[in-house]
Design a protein around this ligand. Structure first.
Ligand code: SAH
Length: 484
């Protein structure tokens, strides 16, 4: 197989990042925007040792899963990857990905994973947008999203993922920029002022936060902007500047300045109120998060004697929605503003059995776990890279009865499960849930419980057997990166 070859293929499966998978003479070919059952003429773009990338030249026979694409930016933007196929098919792909990850990276083949929980609303569900603002070649101010693997902005004026009101706010901000000659950021020269328009929406209260990420300390004509925005959008409760003067891909800087209102908006999740600051993590799909937290709570079967450690706790959402059912809650989180939010959030909800500590869970959990005695439940909700090995060692030492693991990356989740299950935990329940419809992401929530001594030998034997047969389960980080 060589670059520019034209070959006929049948799409057999679709990866989590939306690429069709075909086989040709033993070589796997990835084809974007394809669907299972498509018969295609594919042009080969790149050939690696045992796989290749191609693009569709001609559709010979259309898959039954194909639907009409309803977004003009879809083929350039990279935000969505499933807009050309039905939602049912997307859910099947996501569900399979979770099962395959469990098999490949944890070596667990015979586990009954629950049906994936799909979303009722698959459009306009995202409560957060970080929209880059740049000049195009004609010096027109454009906003949209970076195209995949690049920093070229694909203009998008009506994103199907975030609330429609965001687009109206972005339009107003760009009008203000044009009129007052506010220069957008130029990342090659690290010049210009406005880098990103960062918006957040609290679904339960309808509150909006507008945050301008700037390469400077302040903006000219800010009173006019504040007046325009708050006059047109009554539900804007916070307008902030985020200062980011570094030449970096990281969107947000460390410092915020309030131009209007407070430095937070408030949302309600599972009957609990949460203040959310610009730098704090907050789940982007409100309704699916509520469902996920209910599932998590049911899985844990909480008792008023439970002492719970909420690791990677953010603004305290998971622990605080459970706090009334338990004895004591301790959350740990590395971002200072998020911890400040979490402490305030316990106060505004009148929760008195919680504490939050700012620190790196890996470095500090040993010391922190001595803070509350008899921890019997640990909740882990790490970022995409999963848990550090040292953290897992410490969790083993604490030896809680129950571990609830929530993950946005099934590959690292399964890698971590492998260690936990090999030592002294039994996988009880796995529920995939779609927090990110139309995009190449899926969330998973699972419960592990400590092995009882009478069952210990059986389960250990089973795991050993799996280890011998499932050679593929010894996944390296390189494997995981490839799969993701
Ligand atoms: N449980 C929260 C947040 C989950 S996102 C929720 O559901 O809303 C993961 C969180 O882990 C983020 O808030 C991030 O700031 C935090 N984090 C990342 N690395 C960390 C570390 N090493 N120690 C502590 N917190 C960390």
């Amino acid at each position: 197989m060589e670059k520019n070859d034209l070959i006929e293929v049948l799409i057999e499966d679709v990866s989590l990042d939306g690429k069709g998978i075909a086989r040709y003479n033993g070589i796997v070919i990835f084809v974007p925007f394809a669907a299972v059952g498509d018969k295609l003429i594919v042009k080969i773009l790149k050939v690696k040792k045992d796989y290749a990338f191609g693009k569709t030249e001609k559709i010979l026979k259309k898959s039954l899963h194909r639907i009409n694409v309803d977004c003009d930016s879809y083929y350039k933007c990279g935000g969505c990857v499933f807009r050309h196929i039905s939602y049912d098919e997307e859910l099947r792909i996501k569900s399979k990905f979770v099962k395959d990850s469990l098999n490949k990276f944890a070596g667990i083949t015979n586990f009954n994973v629950s049906d994936i929980i799909g979303a009722k609303d698959i459009n306009h569900y995202r409560n957060k947008a970080q929209v880059p603002v740049r000049y195009n070649r004609d010096q027109k101010i454009i906003s949209g999203f970076f195209s995949p693997h690049s920093h070229n902005v694909v203009e998008c004026l009506d994103c199907k993922l975030h609330p429609k009101e965001f687009d109206k706010i972005i339009f107003e901000i760009k009008k203000w920029m044009q009129f007052y000659k506010i220069v957008p950021y130029d990342e090659t020269a690290n010049t210009g002022l406005l880098r990103h328009i960062y918006l957040r929406y609290a679904k339960s209260t309808n509150e909006i936060m507008v945050c301008l990420v700037i390469n400077g300390e302040s903006i000219p004509c800010k009173d006019i902007l504040v007046r325009n925005l708050t006059g047109k959008f009554e539900n804007i409760k916070s307008i902030c500047l985020n200062i980011n003067r570094k030449s970096t891909n990281v969107i947000l800087g460390d410092k915020n300045k309030v131009l209007f209102g407070e430095d937070f908006i408030q949302d309600i999740l599972c009957d609990t109120r949460f203040n959310i600051s610009p730098l704090s993590f907050y789940q982007i799909n409100h309704d699916q998060t509520e469902i996920m937290y209910d599932i998590a709570k049911n899985m844990l079967n909480l008792k008023n004697t439970d002492n719970v450690l909420d690791l990677y706790c953010g603004i305290g959402t998971i622990g605080l929605t459970m706090a009334l059912d338990i004895n004591k809650l301790l959350g740990i989180e590395v971002i200072k503003q998020a911890v400040e939010n979490a402490i305030k959030n316990s106060e505004i909800n009148n929760i008195r059995n919680s504490d939050f500590i700012c620190g790196d869970v890996v470095e500090e959990i040993d010391y922190i776990s001595s803070y509350i005695k008899n921890v019997n439940t640990i909740i882990i909700d790490p970022p995409r890279k999963g848990c550090d090995g040292r953290l897992i060692d410490t969790i083993m030492k604490i030896s809680p009865e129950k571990i609830l693991y929530i993950s946005c990356n099934p590959c690292t989740w399964a890698r971590d499960l492998k260690i936990l299950c090999k030592q002294s935990y039994n996988l009880r329940s796995v529920v995939p849930i779609d927090l990110f419809p139309r995009t190449g992401h899926v969330e998973v929530v699972c419960l592990l419980s400590k092995l009882k001594s009478d069952k210990h030998i059986n389960v250990e034997l089973e795991m050993d057997k799996l280890d011998l047969t499932a050679e593929k389960s010894k996944a390296t980080y390189a494997d995981i990166e490839k799969l993701c």
